[in-house]
Design a protein around this ligand. Structure first.
Ligand code: ATP
Ligand code: MG
Length: 383
């Protein structure tokens, strides 16, 4: 309470904050603008597919352009509206459509209506108000992976039933594999135009971070070196602006909690560990029960055990607690998932002329796993 705040505007570090300038994205802003421009002349526009790796500005840039477009259109007295749904956050087809309905000012009950009924109400509003709608479906790969392409098929065909209005779609994804799950007709309709967002270079990332740091922090409450470090650390895999901004935000929180007068490199280094730890906690929490049981068997056995030893320990725990065992085959699959998540390590150890054997070791500490698992009622009572 007594310390002076480091922040001029904390919100500028939120991941959904849309800055008034988006440097290094002029080309993408222009391309999206050009694709949508026909709407400002009262004509139809193409559907659009936008892709690029995570943190390359797809969501921010798209929302930015659409907000401008909506403003411009309303000044010209045109009825252009944009609707937005992040399909992963919405989670179901029903919720996606209710996001759309909400953007049109329709109120739809939380559950209860048939999907076709919600869709029908959306279409009749578009028609009766003669609206031109640009529907953004962010993280569209989630929808396709979990529900197939039925909803997209309906949406891309909707214009046939909209004599008075118009609906165009912008799909956004950081994973192109979903295209394989699309019916060729849906794919060709959705990707009438495609725009790619390349990763930021280290230099670009640094400039973006500088701008945001200037907006968020008082001038003397962050060092240049710590901003550079955030950019360098975040850019080590690919130019991911989200990761860089997260790091900056958490570094600020660490410095603030310490009561420091400014954010320095040491705070960034602590922030890196904290983010990594949070990621681990999240990974541990979301494991299914049997993966938790297996991981617990492995951490409690300690270093380098064979698959057989792990399976024995796991079977013992299950039997003692009246839990039905999974087969060896399923267990092998769960083990490779734990390996992928970086929670365990499997090594092939040579036994000279007796060939090689697989050994499993934990990559997380027993104490840490216990702390997280304690919160879970089932596994908590077992450990
Ligand atoms: N050119 C830029 N200038 C300023 N800030 C940017 C720029 N590009 C991205 N950002 C910021 O970086 C963060 C991540 O960007 P965004 O959410 O748009 O990424 P994305 O491509 O949608 O990623 P994902 O595929 O994971 O959804 C946001 O806070 C955004 O404001
Ligand atoms: Mg996004």
């Amino acid at each position: 309470m007594s310390g002076r705040s480091l922040y001029k505007n904390r919100d500028a570090l939120r991941s959904d904050y849309i800055p008034s300038k988006l440097p290094f994205r002029e080309k993408q802003i222009t391309s999206i603008g050009e694709a949508l421009a026909p709407l400002l002349h009262g004509s139809k526009c193409s559907n659009l597919l936008i892709y690029g790796k995570t943190g390359t500005g797809k969501t921010a840039v798209t929302k930015y352009v659409l907000m401008r477009l909506e403003e411009k259109a309303s000044k010209q007295g045109l009825k252009v509206k944009f609707a937005y749904s992040n399909t992963r956050i919405a989670g179901t087809e029903y919720r996606i459509l209710s996001d759309v309905a909400q953007s049109l000012g329709l109120s739809i009950p939380f559950t209860g209506l048939a999907i076709s009924e919600v869709f029908g109400r959306i279409k009749s509003t578009i028609n009766s108000s003669e609206l031109k709608i640009v529907l953004v479906m962010d993280e569209i790969d989630f929808l396709v992976r979990n529900y197939g392409d039925d909803l997209l098929y309906e949406l891309t065909r909707a214009n046939e039933q909209l004599p008075q209005g118009y609906l165009s779609i912008i799909g956004i994804s950081n994973d192109l594999k979903f295209k394989e799950f699309l019916d060729p007709r849906v794919l060709s309709s959705l990707s009438e135009e495609e725009i790619v967002f390349p990763p930021y270079t280290a230099e670009e990332l640094r400039a973006i971070l500088y701008d945001r740091a200037k907006m968020a922090f008082f001038e003397d409450s962050i060092t240049e070196a710590s901003i550079n470090l955030c950019a360098a650390l975040a850019g080590s895999e690919h130019g991911d602006a989200r990761r860089a901004l997260d790091l900056l935000r958490v570094s600020g929180e660490v410095a603030e909690r310490e009561g420091a007068a400014k954010v320095e490199e040491k705070h960034v280094r602590i922030a890196v560990q904290k983010i990594e730890q949070d990621r681990m906690v999240e990974a541990l929490r979301s494991l299914p029960l049997h993966a938790k049981l297996l991981l617990w068997s492995i951490v409690s056995l300690g270093e380098a055990n064979s698959t057989g030893e792990v399976y024995d320990r796991y079977s013992n725990i299950c039997r003692k607690n009246g839990i039905e065992l999974l087969t060896q085959r399923r267990v092998t699959m769960l083990l490779s998932e734990l390996d992928l998540l970086g929670l365990i390590a499997t090594n092939l150890i040579s036994k000279g002329r007796y060939g090689r054997t697989k050994k499993i070791s934990p990559s997380v500490q027993l104490q840490f796993v216990r702390e997280v698992f304690k919160e879970d009622p089932v596994i908590g009572s077992i450990i």
